[in-house]
Ligand binder design. Structure first.
Ligand SMILES: *Cc1c(COP(=O)(O)O)cnc(C)c1O
Length: 367
């Protein structure tokens, strides 16, 4: 093998056409936020995912925070979430008042499963946060969605890593009440380093998300004689089922939105290229070592945002050999969230997740 793979060392390869677009939109868009490019990106994105509504935001963490607000947690209410994920999947919900029950991962798929969700359900459970981690759509997602519907639980799909993946022709992010997507620099497409999208199908959410996202801005609800009276526009509190929510500014700029639209045209190709590279890498490396176990999925269920392996033994020896002899820099990622100081201090440092423990302690990731 003669791979040279640094971890996260690649520049983002925008095409000349995309670079031209960045220049053109930054010079010509008026205003540079909340304009026609955002609207176009949102429409294209909703269509691509197969949902009714999509809202561009400045990052996925804020999209998750908006969703957490829309859940309207009452004292003692719980979410169920995996601990084997990026921290932003979970802490926005704690910030907005939820308690967390940590669900274990399934050992083979390495993501949350219906069986493990069921073990955590109590009469306090209000929402389930599932994460299509590594860019693999959760194998159980259809059953999880069905379960949530039957039990009146809000389902949130953290699809930050899994844009464009699908199961039986239905895209990740379209199964739950909310889909959350990231265009951060590390993700399969990036809108200049930061960006995100929030999707949903329910009009009651879609009606207030723009206000929630943009400082409570809303048009006056009466006819005006002059456009400047009583003021240019109103600001109000977004209201959901009789309760008020506090707004914020989570807007995405026009240049990012225009670039996002353009990149969406080639996301399937980007994913396919990543998948091909991953499959080649898996096949090559398993020829020389049988110590690493990969999820080898050669179809649209996986976009290989990250390539992950479980080391049956000798993890650190393998890592050293790969890094220092083969030029393949691998890392260990997704420290179980309940082991972090942040979650311990918030009172969520306890969990019963043996698969999460075993997997993290033997995992390695190639970007
Ligand atoms: C990247 C990521 C996020 C956060 O995305 P940002 O756009 O950086 O806020 C959330 N969840 C997961 C699983 C991620 O990988």
């Amino acid at each position: 093998m003669n791979f040279k793979i640094p971890f996260s060392g690649r520049a983002h390869l925008y095409t000349q056409e995309e670079l031209n677009l960045i220049k053109e939109v930054s010079q010509n868009a008026v205003p540079l936020t909340q304009g026609k490019y955002l609207k176009e990106f949102e429409e294209k994105f909703a269509k691509y995912i197969g949902v009714k509504y999509a809202f561009g935001v400045n990052n996925a963490t804020n999209a998750l925070e908006m969703v957490a607000q829309l859940c309207k947690f009452k004292e003692g209410e719980e979410i169920i979430a995996p601990a084997h994920t990026f921290t932003a999947s979970v802490y926005p919900f704690i910030k907005k008042g939820a308690n967390v029950k940590w669900a274990d991962i399934d050992f083979d798929s390495r993501v949350i499963s219906l069986e493990n969700i069921k073990k955590c359900v109590t009469e306090k459970t209000k929402a389930i946060v599932v994460v299509h981690l590594y860019g693999m759509i959760i194998p159980d997602i259809e059953a999880i969605a069905e379960f949530c519907k039957n039990n009146n639980l809000i389902l949130i799909e953290d699809t930050a890593q899994a844009l464009g993946t699908e199961i039986n022709g239905k895209k990740a992010g379209s199964f739950g009440d909310f889909g959350v997507f990231s265009f951060h620099s590390h993700k399969n497409i990036t809108t200049l380093g930061e960006g995100g999208m929030l999707t949903c199908n329910d009009k009651k959410y879609a009606d207030i998300i723009p206000m929630l996202r943009h400082n409570g801005h809303i048009a006056w609800n009466f006819e005006r004689k002059y456009y400047w009276e009583p003021a240019m526009g109103n600001v109000d509190l977004p209201e959901l089922d009789g309760e008020y929510l506090m707004p914020n500014n989570y807007c995405m700029g026009e240049v990012e939105a225009a670039l996002g639209s353009k990149l969406l045209e080639r996301i399937d190709k980007i994913n396919e290229d990543k998948r091909k590279r991953a499959i080649k890498f898996i096949d090559e490396i398993t020829k020389v070592s049988n110590l690493l176990e990969f999820n080898r999925i050669n179809d649209k269920r996986h976009n290989y945002h990250l390539l992950v392996a479980f080391a049956k033994r000798k993890r650190d020896e393998i890592m050293k050999k790969l890094a220092f002899e083969k030029g393949v820099q691998v890392i260990v990622q997704y420290y179980p969230l309940y082991r972090y100081d942040l979650y311990k201090k918030l009172g969520f440092g306890q969990a019963n997740c043996p698969n999460t423990e075993k997997f993290f302690d033997n995992i390695q990731l190639v970007s």
